[in-house]
Write a protein that binds this ligand. Structure first.
Ligand SMILES: Nc1nc2c(ncn2[C@@H]2O[C@H](COP(=O)(O)OP(=O)(O)OP(=O)(O)O)[C@@H](O)[C@H]2O)c(=O)[nH]1
Ligand SMILES: [Mg+2]
Length: 601
């Protein structure tokens, strides 16, 4: 793939340039003459400047056509390497007698920390003279200044030993202890494609970024791919993959994470081209789940899901992953390494399924017991990070019988196991509140499958409290994502309350939009303890009483009852008739019973 302004250029020239990708440059030589003569000729013929980017292994990783060639790379400058030279040299043509580096050339050199920047003056297709620049290093630090050498003739430039130059530069850069081992964090590049599921790529990538950070990585760049057609071999197309390879080198990234699922072949091809570990969103989510699972059952489920996801992909998996170098995508529950041998994986899957069967049986026995005690169960569901755990902890703190806290953190998937606590409602009745794992978009199917038994709690519950982050602009899409999973586990017809959380920071119009679309909303703030009593009242109402609509006729002498009913917030309409006030109320059985004598037949 040739980048830049290739419009109107004959295929013949593009092919000649393309062939350079196969060429191995001598590692010692600053400007490989075969490359120089090709780009000089083509540059002259098409009357455009050409730049090639070569890594230290002597591989050409990118070829660019256009004017102002070094400029397009500035898009990376903000994320450029802070840890020394970027390991790439740029060689480009000037279609004039002037081989001196231009100001943009020098700026790019400094910004990107190229190993060197070489300019060739090309006259009538012949390389005439050369100049090159490299960064100034003082007291162990790379300065924002460059040394420029030349112009040199072809003979002179051939005497420059590139390897010596770069080795010397590298030697003089003093890496502090921190820089040598910059952090335990993996540096990752994210790649996303446009999708049509209601999210923009940017939002989806933002979520992927949060996921990556939750997994302990540092995101150094995000790549957006416009192409909607999926390449069977590379997912994004081989040209784009090469572009990412260049990025990876200059940003010194350790891994690339794709926002969509990749198959084994795509993973292998991408790893080969990009030259580092490549993982997808599902692997990342599984990795997070592996780190977070606490209960025996949770751990078993995560491992099972991981192995099931891996098995069909193993054939295609490249060097990078089968070596299991460590980091994201290689962790199993409890930091143990994942199996990479197919036969072992199959055996392990079999064992895990057996073990899970046992655990499942236990769980249903427990559930039976609870049923016998007749304590109703309220299940908290909701998109990840909406505040389910915070809400449940607050409720436990204020109304609970035991005060053990559920891990709450501003991290995705803080909760991975259903945990259940008893809460006393205002009326004095007890209910069990159970917190569940957060739901997330593009939740891998294996995972829904794996967590079904955890989610059985939801299916078996008496009431669902669907918690929504009212401050999130995607709240409605998130609600729909959760509803979709609820449908998948067969819980769509359950009695449900929508708790719109975080109203302390939510925008008015956002809340309005949610309320306009859904019934049974209660606006709350878990953190600020706003309306939590109201939520519990609503819970009580939904669980312990059927809602009935009745018409009462209340004599004028008993008018205070009407105001009492108004206080209960259950009056739907009222009419002043001759023999009394006719009110239609929508409320619970026990309240209706209280006013039985006024019932109109
Ligand atoms: N401003 C504000 N922030 C809140 C509120 N409730 C929760 N949060 C914050 O939202 C973040 C996520 O809260 P959690 O309770 O961990 O969310 P969760 O839904 O349990 O998340 P998972 O278990 O990962 O699915 C935390 O940083 C909370 O402090 C609220 O009412 N207002
Ligand atoms: Mg939680």
């Amino acid at each position: 793939m040739i980048y830049g302004n290739t419009e109107g250029i004959k295929k013949f020239y593009l092919d000649r340039l393309e062939a350079l990708y196969e060429f191995d440059c001598d590692k010692n030589i600053l400007v490989p003459m075969e490359v120089v003569s090709t780009i000089s000729e083509v540059s002259y013929s098409i009357n455009r400047e050409i730049a090639v980017y070569i890594n230290r292994r002597g591989k050409i990783i990118n070829i660019l056509i256009g004017d102002n060639l070094t400029a397009p790379l500035e898009f990376m400058s903000e994320k450029r390497s802070d840890r020394g030279l970027n390991g790439i040299r740029c060689i480009h043509t000037h279609l004039s007698e002037d081989a001196r580096l231009s100001t943009p050339d020098i700026t790019a050199l400094i910004d990107m920390k190229f190993d060197t920047m070489v300019a060739i003056s090309v006259v009538e297709g012949i390389p005439k003279s050369f100049s090159f620049g490299y960064l100034k290093i003082e007291e162990g630090q790379i300065k924002n200044e460059a040394y420029i050498e030349g112009p040199y003739s072809i003979d002179d430039i051939n005497d420059v030993n590139f390897l010596e130059l770069v080795t010397d530069l590298e030697k003089r850069i003093e890496y502090t202890a921190h820089e040598v081992k910059p952090s335990d964090k993996e540096r990752v590049i994210l790649v996303g494609c446009k999708s049509d599921d209601g999210y923009s790529v940017e939002e989806s990538l933002e979520e992927l970024k949060e996921l990556a950070e939750t997994a302990g990585a540092e995101v150094v760049y995000k790549v957006v791919q416009n192409k909607s057609k999926i390449d069977p071999a590379y997912f994004i197309g081989s040209g784009k993959a090469r572009e990412i390879a260049l990025l990876r080198q200059s940003l010194l990234a350790d891994a690339v994470i794709f926002d969509d699922e990749l198959n084994g072949v795509q993973t292998r091809n991408l790893e080969e081209t990009i030259g580092c570990k490549v993982i997808d969103r599902t692997t990342l989510i599984l990795d997070i789940f592996a780190q977070r699972a606490k209960s025996m059952e949770g751990k078993l489920q995560v491992e099972l899901a991981q192995l099931k996801y891996r098995l069909p992909r193993l054939t295609g998996l490249g060097q990078m992953l089968s070596r299991t170098g460590g980091g994201i995508g290689t962790r199993g529950p409890g930091e143990k390494k994942l199996e990479i041998d197919k036969r072992h994986i199959r055996e392990r899957i079999y064992d895990l399924e057996k073990e899970l069967e046992k655990v499942k049986k236990n769980r249903s026995i427990q559930r039976e017991k609870r049923k016998q005690n007749e304590i109703p169960v309220v299940a908290f569901v909701g998109y990840t990070n909406v505040g389910k755990s915070t809400l449940r902890n607050k409720l436990c703190e204020l109304y609970g019988k035991d005060k053990e806290k559920v891990l709450e953190a501003n991290m995705l998937f803080a909760t991975l196991d259903t945990t259940t606590r008893i809460i006393t409602l205002p009326s004095g009745r007890d209910v069990l509140f159970s917190d569940t794992v957060g739901f997330i978009r593009k939740l891998p199917h294996d995972l829904v499958e794996a967590f079904k038994s955890t989610l059985e709690e939801v299916v078996e519950s008496d009431l669902i409290v669907h918690v929504v982050d009212g401050s999130n602009e995607n709240a409605i899409v998130q609600i729909e994502t959760v509803n979709k999973v609820l449908r998948e586990i067969g819980a769509e017809n359950k009695e449900c309350i929508l708790a719109i959380n975080k109203i302390d920071i939510a925008k008015e119009e956002n809340i309005h939009a949610i309320k306009a679309k859904y019934n049974n909303c209660v606006e709350i703030s878990a953190i600020k303890e706003i309306n939590l009593d109201l939520l519990l009242k609503e819970v009580e109402l939904r669980i312990f009483s059927k809602i009935i609509t009745e018409k009462l006729l209340i004599p004028y002498t008993e008018a205070r009852i009407v105001s009492a009913l108004h206080e209960l917030n259950c009056v739907k309409s009222e009419e002043y008739l001759e023999d009394g006030i006719e009110v239609v109320i929508e409320t619970t059985e026990d309240i209706i019973n209280k006013y039985k004598k006024f019932l109109q037949k």
